[in-house]
Ligand binder design. Sequence first.
Ligand code: ATP
Length: 333
Amino acid sequence: MASIEFRQVTKTFEKHTVIKDLDLTIEDGKFTVLVGPSGCGKTTLLRMIAGIDPQTSGQVLINGKDVTSITPGKRGVAMVFQNYAIYPTMSVRENIEFGLKNNKVPKAERTRLVETISATVGLYEYLDRKPSTLSGGQRQRVALARAMVKQPSVFLMDEPLSNLDAKLRVQMRIELIELHKKLGTTFVYVTHDQVEAMSMADTIVLMNQGQIQQEAPPDVMYRQPNNLFAAQFIGVPPMNVGDLGVGGVKYGFRPESAILSAKPAEHHLSLRGVIVTREMLGSETIYQVRSGPDAFMVKCTEDLFAVDQEVYLGVPEAKLDFFGADNNRIGKD
Ligand code: ATP
């Protein structure tokens, strides 16, 4: 197991600085998810931990030790990519065994490791198959097994599920959470998908333009976003934001925090509007409500309104957030 620390890390490609003076501690044994929009620097952070693409300045520490001069193979980390990196001509067993053979691990030990690990990821019966005869999920498990066989103290995963269809992705998320529990190893997982981050992380590190916007467990990130960026990146649909029209202050509320009614009702925030779209999803309905120049998304457990219907939208005081001119949440603790 291992903790990871970035101290005042800067990464520059040619003249373009993508990470500047970044400080971050990733806790030992935790499932940490780096999330943020495309190009914000997530993969760059992962590659610096792996040592594939070292930092321009600052320090990266693994278990308290500066690893700047340590080569990728000696850092005790293993990386799993989205494009599997498995060899099509080799059997599952040969794929998993490959790194061990390279490291001259004796045959008996190789067999023991391959069999234990393939059983852990549910591939034991497939050891003699070629990857082309496996499903996408099974191939992804081969890639995981290849990383696991190195017995790393840190798993680095770069969008490992993005090539899988939606249903399989959900299944693999659960498998990864279970695998993390079983192994107790530090996982650092990169995704641009906030749903993946919310469902898997012990800690989410939310990034934008090379900077950390917030670092928090999923529930805290959702209930107490640091700023407008966090409020609108996390959550589907994202937090609604409106202008108070005083001193640059904006208010925000989650789609499920608003109450719609056909008649006016007393609420801290009370707006009149009209239903513009209605999306019935089975257990809930998502309405878009237009009120003056603003449009708000509202999630309801009942399907009571029709498009073009006039409605009243109310939000209780406890469910309202306020953001200052600097975009930070007012009163954030
Ligand atoms: P995505 O979700 O699209 O993979 P990301 O958050 O992982 O994005 P990075 O791949 O870390 O983003 O890239 C961060 C920035 O660094 C981008 O602007 C990218 O163009 C730039 N960058 C990354 N690698 C290089 C490189 N080898 N040379 C020049 N610029 C690079």
